[in-house]
Design a protein around this ligand. Structure first.
Ligand code: GDP
Ligand code: MN
Length: 397
């Protein structure tokens, strides 16, 4: 799960991480009030969307000459004018895709004088099974570009969970950023606090880009992007409450309401499968036969007919879906229950695309009988291979 920059900064602040003073604003008046309460004289007005690249982004509704999604303002009136231009408009950045994201919230903070910009992130490194630091002197830039063009400017190391964060890790961060004296000490503390926050809140990634050295010689996090392990949210009520559903895929929200594991993908074959392993295998075999899955969907072991119907509706609501493959192995789940759920859903929402059903396991004969007796135009398949070939053929692949 992702949160907004202003939320990430409040979490980090509670761990003693230095961030500029600021507060969120939902409308123009509030933006003005926040600015009036800050020291100034320079303010930064920032669009809050779950995507980076806001500074260089463009608003769809504004002309080419208009400013981007992160703006420097030198008076409260200017803050209000910027807020009025940003709120309710659609910001397009390299990370939002061409359709962009509507700005519903702003963050107004005190402007910082920047002497140097750095990059610092923490992530779960699956190769070493540890939390890794990625540090670079090339701040404020796209880190993928830095990795491709000047990889020697990126320093990365992981933390042994048995020892935790050690003073030498802090020194390594300071050295990678070419800092010494008092600022090096600040870098040690910053790195230790970020690591503590990362562990305590079950983060998946934490990216500070840019981390800056201010004119006064202090380190400050000017931007913060944080992702959390969704499976650990049950023990972080404070984080779970930060969820902004307007930033998430409509279909994924609906799926989570029905306790379905669903991830929207870019292809055109909708998949309804029980069990994560079978779902992965189904996606693989669709790709093997030259097509692309429109989603990952695991209806789980003990799904009811209602849950199957909900899953079917989510799949058919996706305009990219040109065909549907239902692939169920009835172990705990009975094939007749699946068949009833699929038919109930088709009767309710209709079916405009080819549907291939492969059932196997408990009550398979009854399941097939129910589907045959329904009079629906369903292509039945005998095994996974057969099913994949049939659906790929049906969508014209
Ligand atoms: P992003 O474009 O979505 O990554 O948003 P950022 O929060 O990183 O802001 C974009 C850029 O605006 C930063 O890389 C900085 O160069 C600049 N910026 C942000 N805050 C300040 C500030 O307080 N002072 C100055 N001078 N520049 C800032
Ligand atoms: Mn940034």
């Amino acid at each position: 799960m992702h949160i907004h920059e202003y939320q990430a900064k409040s979490v980090l602040k509670s761990f003693g991480v230095p961030v500029p003073n600021g507060a969120p604003a939902m409308d123009v008046d509030e933006a003005g009030e926040v600015a009036a309460g800050l020291e100034g004289p320079v303010f930064v007005v920032k669009s809050q969307i779950h995507a980076g690249g806001r500074g260089k982004g463009r608003f769809k509704e504004l002309g080419e000459g208009a400013k981007g999604g992160v703006r420097i303002a030198s008076s409260v009136d200017e803050v209000r004018a910027d807020a009025a231009e940003m709120l309710g408009n659609t910001l397009v950045t390299v990370q939002t895709g061409p359709s962009g994201k509507k700005v519903g919230r702003l963050y107004v903070e005190e402007g910082s004088e920047i002497a140097k910009e750095f990059y610092l992130s923490l992530l779960v490194d699956r190769v070493t099974s540890r939390v890794s630091f990625v540090v670079s002197t090339e701040g404020g830039m796209d880190i993928e570009a830095v990795a491709a063009e000047t990889p020697d400017r990126i320093v990365s190391f992981s933390i042994d969970p048995a020892t935790g964060f050690m003073p030498h890790h802090g020194r390594r961060v300071a050295k990678a950023l070419d800092l010494d004296g008092e600022t090096a000490k600040q870098a040690h503390a910053l790195a230790a606090n970020l690591y503590a926050a990362f562990l305590a809140k079950d983060m998946e990634m934490l990216e500070i880009n840019p981390l800056v050295l201010t004119g006064a010689g202090d380190l400050k996090c000017l931007d913060a992007k944080v992702g959390f392990d969704s499976n650990a949210l049950a023990r972080h009520q404070d984080i779970a409450e930060m969820r902004d559903e307007s930033e998430e895929d409509e279909k994924e929200i609906e799926a989570s309401r029905h306790d379905l594991s669903y991830i929207a993908l870019d292809g055109d074959i909708g998949c309804m499968v029980n069990g994560a392993g079978l779902a992965m295998a189904t996606m693989d075999i669709i790709k093997h036969y030259g097509a692309e899955p429109a989603n990952f969907l695991d209806v789980g072991g003990g799904a009811t007919a209602e849950k199957v119907a909900a899953a079917f509706k989510i799949i058919t609501a996706d305009p990219n879906v040109k065909g549907i493959l239902v692939n169920i192995f009835g172990g705990i789940m009975r094939c007749d229950v699946i068949a009833e759920g699929v038919i109930a859903a088709v009767k309710e929402v209709g079916l405009d695309v080819p549907l291939v059903v492969r059932l196997e396991g408990t009550n398979v004969a009854e399941g097939k009988r129910i589907i045959d007796a329904s009079g629906l135009n369903v292509i039945s398949a005998d095994d996974l291979d057969d099913a994949a070939q049939k659906i790929v053929k049906a969508v014209g692949g």
